[in-house]
Design a protein around this ligand. Structure first.
Ligand code: HEC
Ligand code: HEC
Length: 294
């Protein structure tokens, strides 16, 4: 009889200890499941990326026909803030992959890279199942992990101003400009997308006299605008007017003629970043080129 009570007591104690152990370790066990599940998702995503995405985004996400994806700006919120996306970065990536970009966005068109991205979710006629879209999203998001610091935060972007950047002081003395180099720069900087060709005179003032509705190209405009009535900027020469138009587009809004879509009162639709992205030499070269456009 006694030994029965003993066995009963001992087994109850063992049972409770086991339960206690499971209860204590359960969270770790579940967490390790979650981790390995996420790892498998990323792995599956890598295979899909390899098959579907490398041709446009590069094997390391460095970009090509499509934009770079292994870019801290995509993950730290810079990119989503720029386009006023209010959801999470994960959802932005997910939605882009699921729906694609049936039309090139103005953002990349302005950077001289107007391309389309195909739709991937089979909900919208693409080749991937929902779980596959989520897996490749996880794979892309995993690139962002490498940019986080020890506390799991993205370091605050600290822009280090380049001392050779053109800047916004239009009275500085620029180096001697090279018009040939300037011509290449206006293409690589995306200016021509707005100022030359079908968009000229509609999206932005036409540079070429032949495309201009008022019979004057950018060279003639620059010469007369800074001394004309209604000029609100600070330029006191043709060169300064061109400099100012590029680094501070809002100083003076070129009057939109008939059929033009840019707002007369501003804000200018011209990117406001050229003062930091272009160097003094670039500015001199572009100004020299603009003055030679027939
Ligand atoms: C045919 C070329 C092409 C393929 C294939 C392609 N993309 Fe894209 N992708 C683009 C282009 C072009 C853009 C930018 C379009 C735009 O906004 O003008 C883009 C944009 C994106 C963006 C948003 C980036 C941003 O800054 O707006 C993500 C994320 C992305 N692609 C992921 C993928 C993934 C993942 C795959 C594979 C499943 C893929 N893409 C396949 C061309 C492609
Ligand atoms: C997204 C379209 C866009 C891009 C890209 C762009 N511009 Fe403009 N630009 C405009 C618009 C719109 C105006 C007229 C409104 C204003 O005055 O700001 C303008 C005005 C100008 C003017 C004054 C023209 C005049 O006849 O009065 C100059 C000069 C100029 N841009 C140069 C450039 C250069 C150089 C680049 C590239 C480094 C560039 N723009 C890129 C849209 C653009």
């Amino acid at each position: 009889m006694i030994w029965r009570v003993l066995v009963g007591t001992v087994s109850v104690v063992i049972g409770m200890l086991t339960l206690g152990y499971v209860a204590i370790t359960e969270q770790d066990r579940m967490a390790s499941f979650t981790t390995s599940y996420a790892a498998r998702d990323i792995e599956a995503g890598a295979a899909i990326y390899e098959a579907q995405c490398v041709t446009c985004h590069g094997d390391l996400g460095q970009g090509g026909r499509g934009p770079a994806l292994d870019d801290v700006k995509l993950f730290d919120g810079t990119r989503t803030t720029e386009i006023a996306w209010t959801g999470t970065v994960h959802d932005f990536v997910y939605l882009t992959i699921a729906g694609g970009r049936p039309r090139p966005s103005e953002y990349y068109a302005a950077l001289g890279n107007a391309n389309r991205m195909p739709t991937f979710s089979n909900r919208f006629g693409g080749p991937l199942r929902e779980d596959e879209v989520l897996a490749v999203t996880a794979f892309v998001m995993n690139w962002g992990e490498a940019y986080k610091d020890a506390s799991g935060q993205f370091p605050q972007a600290t822009p280090t101003p380049n001392p050779n950047a053109a800047g916004t002081d239009i009275t500085i003395e620029l180096p001697v400009g090279d018009a040939t180099r300037g011509q290449a720069l206006v293409t690589s900087s995306g200016c021509v997308a707005c100022h030359v060709g079908p968009a000229a005179g509609v999206v932005a003032p036409a540079w070429q006299t032949a495309e201009s509705k008022d019979g004057k190209g950018v060279a003639a405009h620059a010469e007369e605008r800074w001394s004309s009535e209604g000029y609100a900027g600070t330029a006191t020469s043709t060169d300064q007017f061109l400099f100012e138009s590029i680094v501070n587009p809002n100083a003076y809004i070129t009057p939109p003629g008939e059929g033009a879509t840019w707002p007369a009162g501003g804000p200018s639709v011209m990117p406001g970043t050229y003062s930091t992205s272009l160097l003094k030499q670039d500015m001199a070269d572009i100004i020299a080129y603009l003055k030679t456009i027939p």
